[in-house]
Design a protein around this ligand. Sequence first.
Ligand SMILES: [Zn+2]
Length: 317
Amino acid sequence: MNSVFLHAENIACLSCGNNAEIAQTGLFDTRFGIRAAYSIARCSVCGFEQTTPLPSPEEIKSLYESYYNFGGENGTIYTRLRRLFLSSLLYRFWMILDGDISFHSKHGSGRLLDVGCNEGRGLAIYKMNGFSAEGLELNENAANVARSLGFVVHTQLVETFEPSELYDVVVLSNVLEHSLDPSRMMVHVNRLLRPGGEVWISCPNNRSWLRSVFGRYWINWHVPFHVSHFSAETLRGLLRKKGFTVVDAKQCTPALWVAHSIVSRFFARSGKPTKQLRNPVLIMLLISLIRGLFFPLLWVGNFRGRGDCLIVAASKK
Ligand SMILES: [Zn+2]
């Protein structure tokens, strides 16, 4: 197997700087078929886990441009149906059953910043729920779609963004695990919040029971895009160090994520894109089976702290 990223040797923990050691090997990109091999390193002091070798900032930027580029799809039947679903009662009901990893069921008021807002689907829901919502989005195509819906979207990194006014809420919905420097990101999230303001974080749980079931095929490894692999403890530790107090912590296991892990287990091959992940019939069928038949397993997993997704709200001290 070709490894395009060769800088590995001494691994410093991204959370505390101490030495990290290889904990799991043989990982590969199970979605896009990027030809490279990865491992997971675990810090011997704080227990934090990270992808290794780490892509450089230049490499990760080019990977995002190649694989994550939003093409500007807007106003098609698919996007209209999706918008209709997201504003429907059915979606509210689904969030109760399946979990709310994007904080779409939270109502409130004040200034909210959605980091990585894409084309503004979340912004529309936060607005509907009472917030004055703005976004950060580096992809200009996606940012422009959100702006066309009437939202203020800043094409900036959290680390360099200078807002005219502080925020009451910053949303990191499946964002923090992508950061090459999660500690630094949280310092700047703290800077963007007013005292008492809250950060809402969702990210995969590296203590998920599905990690043990699916091994290297667990969809949430998502190497090399997922850099940090948090547990409830390591996330709480990072938040504490960066001046936050956890005010709410729970877990959920989205049926879509389980469906993706199953598809990955059966179809993913190193160096090849997994087309079945984009097969709507197969994915809908699996979601129905998982949610309809295996829901007790998912609930027990969540209850025992072994759910697939961590959902945390923390307030700035
Ligand atoms: Zn550490």
